[in-house]
Design a protein around this ligand. Sequence first.
Ligand SMILES: [Ca+2]
Length: 156
Amino acid sequence: MPAWGSVVVTFSMLMTAAVDAKIYERCELALKLQKSSLNGYKGYGIGDWLCMAHYESGFDTSFVNHNPDGSSEYGIFQLNSAWWCNNGITPTQNLCHIDCQNLLNHHILDDIFCAKRVVSSQNSMAAWAAWTQHCTGHDLSKWLKGCDMHVKTGSG
Ligand SMILES: [Ca+2]
């Protein structure tokens, strides 16, 4: 019976993780980012954030990417376990003082708080390779198309 007990506990933990994650709708995320005062933060617009998050995670909070160097990237903004969060495996600076698992649930205020730290660092938005590859220099107004909000759409 103790064995079955632990199976049930493990299963329910997995269920919790699965139910807790979320794939955001574009406009829903846009509104959330705006409410978190990201529009204009460090000179970047909501369009920059939407474009970056789309190409990093597809707006999927449960997305994890494992890098060849042994580090991993977590959540909707793909924050790296060597610098920003602690996954208990990668040697880390843990600059956001957060468990990487907390970057996989649908509560993204802590993710946004950490992302603000990233964009405040030396590389600013270029810390995200996807942003450099797909977003900067592009017309980012399409990312806010159809969303019921009035914000400037980006730096580029
Ligand atoms: Ca979170």
